[in-house]
Design a protein around this ligand. Sequence first.
Ligand SMILES: NC(=O)c1ccc[n+]([C@@H]2O[C@H](COP(=O)([O-])OP(=O)(O)OC[C@H]3O[C@@H](n4cnc5c(N)ncnc54)[C@H](OP(=O)(O)O)[C@@H]3O)[C@@H](O)[C@H]2O)c1
Length: 262
Amino acid sequence: MDLNLQGKTALVSASTAGIGHAIAVQLLEDGANVIINGRGEAGVAQAVAALNQRFGAGRALPLAADMSVAGGERSAAARYPEVDILVNNMGTYALSDFFATPDEEWRRMFEVNVWSGVRLARTYMKGMLERGHGRVIFISSEVALTPMAAMAHYSASKATQLSIARSLAELTRGSRVTVNSVLPGPTETESLQGFIASVNPDLSYAEAERKFMAENRPSSLIHRLAKPHEVANVVAFLASERAAVINGAAIRAEGGTVPTMA
Ligand SMILES: NC(=O)c1ccc[n+]([C@@H]2O[C@H](COP(=O)([O-])OP(=O)(O)OC[C@H]3O[C@@H](n4cnc5c(N)ncnc54)[C@H](OP(=O)(O)O)[C@@H]3O)[C@@H](O)[C@H]2O)c1
């Protein structure tokens, strides 16, 4: 399916690695130019160089900025005042005993997972509405729908993203701007693979992944981690004109783990 993103500029927060990087690759494959974001100049420059070698000079654009602190969005706007597609991908997770989790950890979770997206949407969405077209996509999580006691702050932050995305979609009436959320399940990123291997040091990685899914996601219909590019395919579709009638939606990309019809 040709998604025809030629001529579009996308900003994907946290895109030097993980799901964000896979989203950047997919958007580049589909024709968009993509702003690659991470905290360090060197990591961003390395990712941009590799992507430009693969997709052509100038297609990937650097943005070294910490999106978890106020001001990251201003650095972005100073360098790139307009984008057509904003993917609020940055997010962190942690297992944490609710009774032992201090305010500071809750605040940090919301700074990284919620505030980063609020600030970037505030920076870029008005221009989209003025131009009459654009895409804002929040990368949430299945745990927004199935909150976990062991990750109460993460679950709450991911549910909050859904609320914000829906509120912002309400601002798009009559325009060709859409705002949606994508809800991945466990996805084969380096960070999650590292975690799975670390809790089962005696097993091969394949065995450890099977055990992780059986113990932690028994309702998964795919019985495996999602691949980052599988999540990225969903995001790229939403970013395209082909998804023009999907607006204000929370789209699951979690392998059927959430056992409800809608
Ligand atoms: N992985 C999963 O199983 C899973 C499941 C459901 C939902 N999700 C959601 O998917 C999104 C991506 O998750 P992921 O697992 O791919 O994450 P990840 O692998 O931890 O992300 C790594 C990326 O985040 C960047 N980064 C970290 N802190 C940053 C900051 N403060 N400012 C800018 N960039 C920053 C890193 O760049 P630098 O190191 O260069 O700064 C790198 O590009 C998150 O919102 C997460 O909640 C993930």
